[in-house]
Design a protein around this ligand. Structure first.
Ligand SMILES: Nc1ncnc2c1ncn2[C@@H]1O[C@H](COP(=O)(O)OP(=O)(O)OP(=O)(O)O)[C@@H](O)[C@H]1O
Ligand SMILES: [Mg+2]
Length: 247
C-alpha cells in the first residue's frame, strides 16, 4: 500500500479537485483505492455524495476505530473515509494524544489498512501544523498543486522548510502547476522559471470550466462517460506520479 497525500499549506490551489480525480483514475485501472478526506470542510466527501455517519468523529479516528465508517462510492474499487466537522481540531487532539511520538500517529493509524488497499489518497487541509508533519511522514509522496503565481511558490518553500524540520527526503515532493491559464503572462513566466527544477512534474492541470463545475455535478470529471480534457490532464498527472514515485 502506498500513501499519496495531496497537500499544500495554501488554500484553494486545487488539492481536493486533484485528490478526487486522481482517486477515480487510479480506481479505473483496478487498483483498490481509499480516498481519505482529512479536511473538516468535507469537500472530497461532498464530491462523492457521501456524508459521515453521525457517530463518526475525530476521537474515533484517533482511536483507530474508523474501519466501519469507510463507505463505498458509486464507482468500483473506490472507497471513501469521510471527513467529520470535528476534524477541524485534529491538531489539538494529536498534541494531546502523545507528546513523544506525535509525528507518527497517522502512520500507526493507517498501517492496518495495508492489505485492503493499493493506494490511500489523502485530501489534506491547508495547514502547516502537527497534522501536516504527520502527513509528511506518513506519505510515500506529496502531490503539491502550485498555481503559477509568486504566492503559491512561497507555499512550496514553506513545505521544503517543513521537510527539513521533520528530516524527510525532499524527493517525496511532486509539485505540479495547477489551474494554469496560458493566456496569463504571469503564469507563463513563473512556469518558465520553475519548470527546470526536478521537484516539478512535467504534467500540469489547466484551468478548465469542467473542473470548476464539479461542485454542480458532484462526480469526478469524465466519469459520466463523455470525452473529457480534464480527465486526460489528471490521467497524465497520475501516470507521471506513478513513474516518479510509485514503481
Ligand atoms: N483546474 C481547475 N480549473 C478550474 N477550476 C478549478 C481547478 N481546480 C480546482 N478548481 C476550482 O477551484 C476551487 C478550489 O479548488 P479546490 O477545492 O480543489 O482547492 P483546495 O486546494 O482543495 O482548497 P482548500 O484549501 O480550501 O481545501 C474549487 O471551486 C474548484 O472547483
Ligand atoms: Mg480542499
Amino acid at each position: 500500500m502506498k500513501i499519496i497525500a495531496v497537500y499544500s499549506s495554501k488554500g484553494g490551489v486545487g488539492k481536493t479537485a486533484t485528490a478526487v480525480n486522481l482517486a477515480y483514475i487510479a480506481s479505473q485501472s483496478e487498483h483498490r483505492i481509499l480516498l481519505c478526506d482529512m479536511d473538516s470542510q468535507g469537500a472530497a466527501s461532498y464530491y462523492y455524495r457521501i456524508k459521515a455517519k453521525k457517530k463518526f468523529n475525530r476521537s474515533r479516528l484517533l482511536q483507530g476505530d474508523y474501519d466501519r465508517y469507510i463507505r463505498g462510492t458509486d464507482f468500483p474499487n473506490l472507497d471513501l473515509l469521510p471527513a467529520h466537522f470535528s476534524f477541524r481540531n485534529l491538531d489539538l487532539a494529536l498534541h494531546g494524544k502523545n507528546n513523544q511520538g506525535s509525528r507518527r500517529i497517522l502512520v500507526d493509524l493507517l498501517t492496518p489498512l495495508k492489505d485492503d488497499y493499493d493506494f490511500l489518497i489523502l485530501d489534506c487541509p491547508p495547514n502547516l501544523t502537527l497534522l501536516s508533519e504527520n502527513i509528511v511522514i506518513a506519505a510515500d509522496c506529496l502531490v503539491t498543486p502550485v498555481i503559477p503565481t509568486t504566492l503559491s511558490v512561497l507555499a512550496l518553500n514553506q513545505l521544503l522548510k517543513l521537510f527539513k524540520k521533520v528530516d524527510c527526503e525532499k524527493r517525496k515532493i511532486l509539485a505540479f502547476f495547477s489551474m494554469v491559464e496560458r493566456r496569463k503572462k504571469m503564469h507563463l513566466g513563473v512556469m518558465k522559471k520553475y519548470k527546470k527544477y526536478p521537484i516539478f512534474m512535467k504534467s500540469y492541470v489547466p484551468f478548465m470550466a469542467e473542473i470548476e463545475k464539479m461542485g454542480m455535478y458532484r462526480r469526478p470529471v469524465g466519469s459520466a462517460g463523455r470525452k473529457s480534457h480534464g480527465q486526460l490532464a489528471y490521467k497524465l498527472l497520475w501516470e507521471e506520479i506513478q513513474s516518479r514515485r510509485l514503481n
